[in-house]
Write a protein that binds this ligand. Structure first.
Ligand code: HEM
Ligand SMILES: [Ca+2]
Length: 649
C-alpha cells in the first residue's frame, strides 16, 4: 500500500508549477512524510517476521516463561549453613559441590535444601499434609492409581529405545537424592501397628489400602508403608516450614560415580593410577561390593550382589546398576589412557582430570542427546538449552522440589514392564521384570553385554498418564520383611504431599498456562473424561495434586510430557547449567577446557561409552534411536569407529 504513494506520474508532476500554490506544496510534504512513516512500519514488520522465522522471538520469551515466587528456605542459610573457605583458583570441583559459586559457596552443595518455585503448602504451615479446600483429606493416593490411572495396554514409542529410562534415572541420581527415614527393605516396626487403636505417629503418612484392592487385597495387606523424607530437622536444623535437604550435589557433576561427601569419595578410590576401586568377577570389572549388604537369614549368611557407588540407590533396579557399572568402567578406561600418555602425572592428577572429563561427558550426553528427545526442539530453544552455556553467578543453582518430587517423575511412566537380555544375534535369552528385581541386581553379573543390547534393541514405552501396571503393583516378599506392597505411582503422588508441593493449578499458572476457575477450564490441556473423573475425587479444581494434573496434561510441542511438566523440567536444566561455574563449556574459569579439549569432548556420545565399557560390537550413532538391526545395520557402525581422542590433554 505504501508503494502506491511512491508512484508519481511524471506528466502530472506539480513540482515547478507556481499555479498550484502553497496548499499543494504542503500536501506534497505530508504525502512524503506518510511515505517515510509507512516505509518505517514496513521495516519494523519485516524485522519481526524475520525474528519469528529464525526463532529469536521464542528466546525472548525465556525470562518470562517461568516466574518463581520463592527460593530456598533462607533460614537455612542464616541458621544452619556451614561456613566454607574456597580456593578460587581450583581447577576442579569439590566433592560435595561447595565453592562452585564463589559469592554463595554452598549453593548447589550436597546437604543443602531443594529450590522452591512456589512456597510449600502444609495444612499446619509446618509439615502436615495439605488438605482439600473444605478441610477434608486429599483423595487416597492408591485410589487415584486404581481409578484414574488404570490402563494395562502397552504403547511403544517406535522411534526410541529403552535406554532413555536408565539414562534418565542415572542423571536423576546425579542431581538428587531425597532420603527416607529408612530404606524400603527395612521398614520401622512402628509401621506394623498402623491398624492399632493408638497408632504410632509414623502411620500418619502411610497409604491405606481398601479391602477390595485388586492386587494387595489378595495378600490381606492393609497399608503401603510409605515413609516421610528426612528433613533438615534430622540434622539439627529445625526449620519452618519443614525443609528437605538434597543428599547429593545438585549439579550434574557425576557425583553418583564419585560420591557427594569426602568419606564416600575416598572409599571409592583405588589410589593408584587415578583409578576407582572395582571388583573382578570372571574377566569383567564391576563396582565394588557393599560390605554392609551381607545379611543373615536364620543361621545362614547371604551375600547378595550389592554394589557400592557414589549414589546409594545404585542397586535399586537393573538399569541403574548397569549404568553405575558402565561409568565405573569408563572412569578407569579414561584414567588408564591419561596415565599412559602422562606417566609423570600423580594418582591425584589422573583422578581429578578423569573426573573432570567424565562429568563433562555426562553433561554433553544429557544436553545434546537426551534432553532434545524428552523436551523437543521448541522447549530446548525457549529455555536456551540448545545453545552454549550462559554462566550467570546470580542464578540460585539447586534442584527444585517441584522437579524432583514432581515433574521429573512424569518419566516414571516410561519404565518398561520388562527388560530383555539379548545375545549377539539379537535374540532374547532372558527377561527380567524391573518390578521383581528391585534391590537385587544379581542377574547383571556376566550379562552386561546382553543387557546393553536388550536396551538398545527394545522399543521404549511411550510416556502417558499411567505407569506400567507392574511397577504400580509391586509385591515384595523377602526374608527381611513380611510381604509388603509398593506402588510407584501412589508413592509419587504421596511424595508430593510429603514435601508440600502446591496444587496443580498454582504450578500451571506459574508456567504461563491460563488461570483456571473451575474444573471445566482445564479442558485446554486435560481430556474431558479425565476432568469428569477429577471432579469425583477433588472438592475443588484448586485441590488437584500437582503430579496428577501434570500426568493428565496432553503432550504438546514435541515434548514427552505436558506443558507444565516441560516448563519445570526445562527451567531446572537451565538453572543447573547456567548456574554451574564448572559446566563443561564455560570459558574463562580456572577449570575451563581448552578449545582443542572441548572439540574432542563434544565428539563423545553415549555410543562411545558403550563401546569403551562393554563387548557390544555395533552401536547406532543416535544412541537412543531404535534402529532395526536387520534392515538398517548400516546405521550401526562398528565399535572401532567410536574413538576417544585425548591428545589435547
Ligand atoms: C526402572 C526404573 C525406575 C525405577 C524402578 C524407579 C523407582 C523410583 C523410586 C522407588 C523412587 C523413590 C520414590 C519415593 O519414595 O518417593 C524414585 C524416585 C525418583 N525417580 Fe525414579 N525410578 C526409575 C526410573 C526413573 C526415571 C527414568 C526417572 C526420570 C527420568 C526417574 C526420576 C525420579 C526422580 C526425580 C525421583 C526423586 C529423586 C529424589 O529426590 O531422591 N526415575 N524412583
Ligand atoms: Ca551431582
Amino acid at each position: 500500500m505504501g508503494i502506491l504513494f511512491w508512484k508519481r506520474d511524471k506528466s502530472s508532476s506539480t513540482e515547478n508549477d507556481p499555479l498550484l500554490g502553497k496548499t499543494n506544496q504542503s500536501k506534497k510534504k505530508w504525502f512524503r512524510l506518510c511515505n517515510v512513516l509507512l516505509l518505517l512500519l514496513l521495516i519494523i514488520i519485516l524485522f519481526f517476521v524475520i525474528q519469528y522465522i529464525f526463532g529469536t522471538k521464542t528466546e525472548k520469551k525465556q525470562p518470562i516463561a517461568l516466574k518463581s515466587l520463592a527460593t530456598i528456605n533462607n533460614d537455612y542459610f542464616k541458621k544452619c549453613a556451614p561456613s566454607v573457605t574456597c580456593d578460587s583458583n581450583s581447577k576442579y570441583r569439590t566433592i560435595n559441590g561447595s565453592c562452585n559459586n564463589l559469592q554463595n559457596p554452598i549453593w548447589g552443595a550436597a546437604m543443602t535444601p531443594f529450590y522452591r518455585y512456589i512456597d510449600p503448602e502444609f495444612s499446619d504451615g509446618i509439615s502436615k499434609f495439605r488438605l482439600q479446600s473444605d478441610g477434608s483429606n486429599l483423595p487416597n493416593a492408591r485410589h487415584l492409581t486404581i481409578k484414574l490411572f488404570q490402563n494395562n495396554t502397552i504403547a511403544y514409542d517406535w522411534k526410541y529405545n529403552e535406554l532413555l529410562v536408565p539414562w534418565g534415572q542415572f542423571i536423576t541420581h546425579d542431581m538428587a537424592y531425597s532420603a527416607v527415614n529408612s530404606v524400603n527393605s527395612s521398614f520401622p516396626d512402628a509401621l506394623n501397628h498402623c491398624q492399632d487403636k493408638n497408632q504410632p505417629v509414623e502411620c500418619e503418612a502411610v497409604i491405606r489400602l481398601f479391602p477390595d484392592d485388586p492386587v494387595y487385597g489378595k495378600y490381606n495387606l492393609t497399608i503401603l508403608k510409605f515413609m516421610r523424607l528426612v528433613t533438615s530437622a534430622n540434622y539439627s536444623c529445625p526449620l519452618i516450614p519443614s525443609t528437605v535437604l538434597n543428599q547429593n550435589t545438585h549439579f550434574i557433576d557425576a557425583s553418583n560415580v564419585y560420591g557427594s561427601d569426602s568419606e564416600t569419595a575416598t572409599k571409592l578410590r583405588l589410589f593408584k593410577g587415578g583409578k576407582l576401586l572395582d571388583q573382578r568377577i570372571g574377566k569383567e570389572s564391576y563396582c565394588p561390593q557393599n560390605p554392609s549388604a551381607i545379611i543373615k537369614v536364620g543361621n545362614k549368611t547371604e551375600e547378595p550382589i550389592s554394589f557400592f557407588a557414589g549414589d546409594v540407590n545404585v542397586n535399586q533396579n537393573l538399569g541403574i546398576a548397569l549404568f553405575q557399572n558402565l561409568f565405573l568402567r569408563f572412569h578407569n578406561y579414561i584414567a588408564d589412557k591419561l596415565q599412559k600418555d602422562h606417566p609423570t602425572w600423580t594418582d591425584e592428577m589422573v583422578y581429578q582430570e578423569t573426573r573432570r572429563i567424565v562429568a563433562a561427558v555426562v553433561q554433553i550426553i544429557t544436553y545434546e542427546q537426551y534432553l532434545p528427545i524428552i523436551l523437543g526442539e521448541q522447549y530446548m530453544k525457549e529455555y536456551g538449552l540448545n545453545r552454549e552455556t550462559n554462566y550467570d553467578p546470580s542464578i540460585t543453582v539447586a534442584m527444585a522440589q517441584e522437579m524432583t518430587s514432581g515433574a521429573f517423575r512424569l518419566l516414571h511412566s516410561m519404565i518398561p514392564a520388562q527388560f530383555n537380555y539379548m545375545s549377539k544375534n539379537y535374540t532374547t535369552y532372558e527377561v527380567e521384570k524391573p518390578s521383581e528385581s528391585f534391590l537385587r541386581p544379581d542377574t547383571l553379573i556376566n550379562n552386561v553385554d546382553g543387557f546393553v543390547r536388550g536396551l538398545i534393541e527394545t522399543p521404549g514405552r511411550k510416556t502417558r498418564p499411567e505407569y506400567n501396571h507392574l511397577i504400580s503393583n509391586i509385591v515384595i516378599k523377602s526374608a527381611l520383611v513380611n510381604t509388603t506392597g509398593f506402588d510407584l505411582q501412589s508413592y509419587d503422588v504421596q511424595r508430593g504431599r510429603d514435601v508440600g508441593l502446591p496444587p496443580y493449578t498454582k504450578i500451571r499458572t506459574l508456567c504461563g498456562l491460563p488461570k483456571v476457575k473451575s474444573f471445566d477450564d482445564l479442558s485446554d490441556y486435560i481430556p474431558l473424561e479425565k476432568i469428569e473423573q477429577l471432579k469425583s475425587f477433588y472438592k475443588s479444581v484448586h485441590d488437584i495434586d500437582t503430579l496428577v494434573g501434570m500426568l493428565l496434561e496432553n503432550r504438546i510441542n514435541g515434548s514427552m510430557v505436558g506443558p507444565t511438566g516441560s516448563c519445570i523440567i526445562a527451567d531446572s536444566f537451565r538453572r543447573i547449567r547456567n548456574g554451574d561455574r564448572f559446566f563443561y563449556d564455560v570459558q574463562g574459569q580456572p577449570g575451563s577446557f581448552t578449545s582443542d579439549q572441548l572439540c574432542s569432548l563434544k565428539k563423545i556420545s553415549l555410543s562411545h561409552i558403550i563401546c569403551a565399557t562393554s563387548n557390544v560390537d555395533h552401536v547406532q550413532m543416535d544412541t537412543f534411536s531404535l534402529i532395526d538391526h536387520i534392515r538398517l545395520m548400516k546405521l550401526k557402525p562398528n565399535c572401532t569407529m567410536y574413538k576417544i581422542d585425548l591428545s589435547a590433554w
